[in-house]
Design a protein around this ligand. Structure first.
Ligand code: ADP
Ligand code: MN
Ligand code: MN
Ligand code: MN
Length: 339
């Protein structure tokens, strides 16, 4: 037995967009399974999760990975927030996803999430002239060279960190607005993709911190003719992936159309600033799906159409969405009723 550092990560009670918090507990290690990691607590009155003299909140470990920052046997622990008696706190959106997953287990849902984000140094996006603007958008997407992309050293460190931790990261790219980037997690089952996305977000903030840079998930970091930041959510069920699955994909689009407003309600705060109908988005007030259409709410990728099976891309979620909520409503809408 040796002592190890376990960084407990939790989602706070900030509204409308929660923030990540973490603190370190020294525990006995090495740890090989979740049950070896003790529950812990924090002061909810400092995180908008409790008031007064009864503000102790419990952190229940739900996932852990090797800590790429501290190395060795040290770990990062993703937790959910409950009351001391085990009742879920209202900021705990994971419990509902657990429920939805149980109901629809037979459909073998997979999610792949594209997390866009923007680096800031002080008040300007990274690489932007102080108080001014760079050249108009165009050359920056997937660009190369010191005049095109800003923050690649952080992006590479983050990618290595995710790989070290065994997070299912599937790629990274520079985005349309300079200083904006994306990483993708998945495809994975809904709980794993969500837990891992939260850990990957924490790692992004933590690594950028060492560079004096702040990463933000705000959906429209710069007003005007600049792309916003989304979290395109790619989904498939067993039926959609099987031969002839295309009919299930079209049926899914029709189901999504019927609940557009309910979906938008959990797709992230300030998403109206991003979903304008410009900059590769569909207006927040409309619903459209289409093959290879990046101006639609739902895009069916060309290879999916060609193969007659595959997945769909929900382009509506904003970068600051909570994956527990987004995965839950997508599964609930698509997997309920007749498939
Ligand atoms: P684009 O930028 O063209 O929209 P990306 O390559 O950034 O596409 O992201 C595509 C995402 O689709 C990846 O995150 C990947 O994990 C996910 N994906 C691929 N196949 C499936 C599938 N069968 N079910 C769900 N997600 C999938
Ligand atoms: Mn992408
Ligand atoms: Mn993108
Ligand atoms: Mn996409």
């Amino acid at each position: 037995m040796a002592k190890i550092k376990a960084e407990y990560i939790w989602i706070d009670g900030h509204s409308p967009t929660p923030k990540l918090r973490s603190k370190t507990k020294i525990i006995d290690g090495p740890v090989s399974e979740l049950s070896q990691i003790p529950e812990w607590s924090f002061d909810g009155s400092s995180t908008l999760q409790g008031v007064g003299h009864n503000s102790d909140r419990a952190m229940r470990p739900v996932d852990f990975v090797p800590d790429p920052i501290r190395g060795g046997e040290h770990i990062l622990v993703m937790t959910e927030v409950n009351y001391p008696d085990g009742t879920p706190h209202k900021s705990n959106k994971r419990v509902n996803l657990v429920d939805v997953v149980k109901r629809h287990l037979a459909h073998e849902a997979w999610f792949g999430i594209e997390q866009e984000y923007t680096f800031f140094r002080g008040r300007s996006p990274l690489g932007w002239p102080e108080g001014g603007y760079p050249a108009p958008q165009g050359p920056f997407y997937c660009g190369v060279g010191a005049d095109e992309v800003f923050g690649r050293d952080i992006v590479e460190r983050h990618l290595d960190a995710c790989l070290y931790s065994g997070i299912g990261i599937s790629g990274v790219n520079a985005e349309v607005m300079p200083g904006q980037w994306e990483f993708q997690i998945g495809p994975l089952d809904p709980l794993t993709v969500s837990d891992q996305l939260w850990i990957a977000r924490w790692l992004l903030y933590r690594i950028a911190e060492d560079f004096g840079v702040n990463a933000t998930l705000y959906p429209k970091p710069v007003q005007g003719d600049w792309n916003g930041a989304g979290a395109h959510t790619n989904f498939s069920s067993k039926e959609m992936r099987g031969d002839g699955g295309y009919v299930f994909i079209e049926a899914a689009c029709k189901k999504l159309e019927e609940r557009h407003a309910e979906h938008i309600a959990v797709y992230g705060a300030h998403n109206d600033l991003r979903l304008t109908g410009l900059h590769e988005t569909c207006s927040i007030h409309e619903f459209r799906y289409g093959v290879g259409d990046r101006g639609a709410s739902i895009r069916i990728p060309l290879p999916t159409m060609r193969d007659g099976k595959g997945y769909l891309e929900d382009r509506r979620p904003a970068a600051n969405m909570n994956p527990y909520e987004v995965c839950a409503i997508i599964m609930d809408t698509i997997c309920s009723g007749e498939m």
